[in-house]
Design a protein around this ligand. Structure first.
Ligand SMILES: Cc1cc2nc3c(=O)[nH]c(=O)nc-3n(C[C@H](O)[C@H](O)[C@H](O)COP(=O)(O)OP(=O)(O)OC[C@H]3O[C@@H](n4cnc5c(N)ncnc54)[C@H](O)[C@@H]3O)c2cc1C
Length: 487
């Protein structure tokens, strides 16, 4: 079959590679001039800036991906495990360095709350079970029919997965110490919802982070994209850049052609990995949409982000590779993201300095800094607002580091809602798609297949299994499986 994949993020690349591997003729149409979607890269004044993801978790998912095609991760990039995994900065600039490995983490927790080593071990034992069932079984369900979940084993598993309990109450059965709670709740924030609204099943994230480790691909996160692009091309996928899809034309309930800014394309099957809402709202005619505007408005979106990419002409001793500034009240910030969306009054933020691990991404003697403030989607986004927040967080960063940094910034670029919209056609300027709340899990997510257009499929972070690099990659493989099964 001739297959068109719209978009070259992780989901699009995975879908295209898998379909080409099955013998189909696959082209990717990508609007931007670089592949990788939210994980693009740019180069400026000797710095290499990863634009999106910076945390490499669940190495098994990547290893299995390359192994599916008879390859190894190390054929494409080299991974190093970070130790400490990251630092957490609390009120008063108290810093906790999270060591790599559960033994040392157990020691750390015991020093913070007597008896917590044993509780941590029990928590991790349960989290391992959830990871095994969740990542090896649940996330591989295309979630198109309830029947996929009707097996005695799966139903038994569901009862042990704590699907109906919140992560927040689950974790409080193990620990009382506020600092431990903050540390344990951090991985949950990756799912784009608060611990109160996230099913306890997602303690699998703690297992992923604490047992399996925080890794870094030398050269930067975009090395993953480069690896996936090479593999896709080895399989015969043609990646056409600067091809902005403007319309999907439908005739007799089938896609008849895909119209771009630069030519028209025909195919037997179309897989749309661009933001789901954009495909429905802007590319398809109204009568072919799976969901109307009311449906989308009711979705709980994961946060957007205000980002700063900074080139600094000196090294900053105090920072580690990953630094989480939890020095303000998380509840207030979460309220301003989810309940009463507005620019945060006292934001938490994340500072990444990958040049701590990798000399190749900054000129000698310089630091490559990436700052991220999670913010509500769909906010007013102006230069003045961005600048205001730049100074708010730089003030805190400088105080923590004990030195002036702003005067040493030789390159600065900001990125927020408007950029997510113009670069990725992101619904409400979202960064990470849909939040993983209980009501937006599996069958309750936007479906992988068009209900009205026979040869149109969807993939990516707005459908199953959800946001994040490993889930997006799995989403691509899932949709390829569905195409192969049905067409
Ligand atoms: C700032 C940030 C930090 C993150 N940090 C992490 C992290 O540390 N770890 C982690 O695991 N995940 C992280 N994520 C999430 C992760 O990056 C995403 O979930 C994942 O990259 C999404 O992949 P995707 O294929 O679904 O979508 P995308 O990457 O958005 O790919 C969709 C593609 O479709 C293209 N497209 C859109 N419209 C059209 C059109 N009309 N025509 C042609 N092409 C089109 C876009 O240009 C894009 O290339 C982060 C995301 C962001 C934004």
């Amino acid at each position: 079959m001739k297959i068109i994949v719209i978009g070259s993020g992780f989901s699009g690349l995975a879908a295209a590679t898998s379909l080409a591997d099955k013998g189909h003729e696959v082209i990717i149409l990508e609007k931007n001039s670089v592949a990788g979607g939210r994980a693009r890269v740019f180069y400026e004044q000797g710095f290499t800036f990863d634009m999106g993801p910076s945390w490499y978790w669940m190495p098994d998912v990547f290893d299995n991906y390359f192994a599916t095609f008879g390859k190894k991760t190390s054929d494409y990039y080299n991974l190093v495990r970070l130790d400490p995994s990251y630092s957490v900065i609390l009120e008063g600039n108290e810093t906790i360095y999270l060591p790599a490995g559960v033994e040392k983490l157990g020691d750390l927790f015991e020093s913070m709350e007597v008896g917590s080593r044993a509780k941590f071990q029990e928590f991790m034992r349960q989290a391992k079970y959830k990871y095994d069932v969740g990542i090896n079984n649940f996330v591989w369900k295309p979630s198109r029919s309830i029947s996929e979940f009707l097996s005695i084993k799966l139903l038994y598993d569901v009862t042990r997965l704590d699907v109906f309990q919140s992560f927040s109450s689950h974790i409080r059965k193990f620990f009382k110490d506020e600092k431990i709670l903050k540390i344990m709740e951090f991985p949950i924030l990756f799912l784009g919802a608060t611990p109160e609204n996230t099913p306890a099943m997602y303690s699998l994230m703690n297992y992923a982070e604490m047992e399996m480790g925080t890794w870094y691909p030398m050269g930067g996160m975009h090395e993953i994209v480069k690896g996936m692009v090479s593999l896709a091309e080895e399989k015969g996928v043609k990646i056409l850049l600067n091809k902005d899809v403007q319309k999907i034309e439908v005739q007799d309930d089938k896609v008849s052609k895909v119209i771009t800014n630069d030519g028209e394309f025909t195919a037997d099957v179309v897989v749309a990995s661009a933001d789901y809402h954009h495909v429905e709202d802007k590319l398809l005619g109204e009568k072919y949409r799976n969901y109307d505007e009311k449906y989308w408005d009711k979705r709980v979106m994961a946060p957007s982000s205000l980002l700063f990419y900074l080139g600094v002409n000196k090294r900053i001793e105090k920072l580690k590779h990953h630094n989480l500034f939890f020095d303000e009240d998380f509840k207030v910030h979460a309220h301003e993201i989810y309940t009463e969306p507005k620019w945060p009054s006292k934001p938490l933020f994340y500072a990444s300095a990958p040049s701590k691990t990798d000399d190749s991404i900054a000129p000698e003697g310089c630091e490559n800094l990436f700052l991220l403030i999670p913010v509500a989607p769909d906010l007013e986004d102006t230069d003045e607002i961005r600048e205001k927040y730049y100074h708010i967080i730089m003030e805190r960063l400088e105080k923590y580091c004990g030195e002036n940094i702003r005067d040493s910034v030789i390159y600065k670029r900001s990125y927020a809602h408007q950029d997510f919209k113009s670069d990725y056609n992101a619904f409400k300027g979202n960064a990470y798609g849909l939040a993983n709340t209980l009501m937006q899990t599996a069958l309750l997510k936007p479906t992988l297949k068009s209900k009205k257009v026979k040869n149109l499929y969807y993939t990516g972070q707005l459908t199953v299994p959800g946001p994040g690099v490993p889930p997006s990659l799995i989403s691509g493989l899932l949709v390829a499986g569905e195409v192969e099964k049905e067409m």
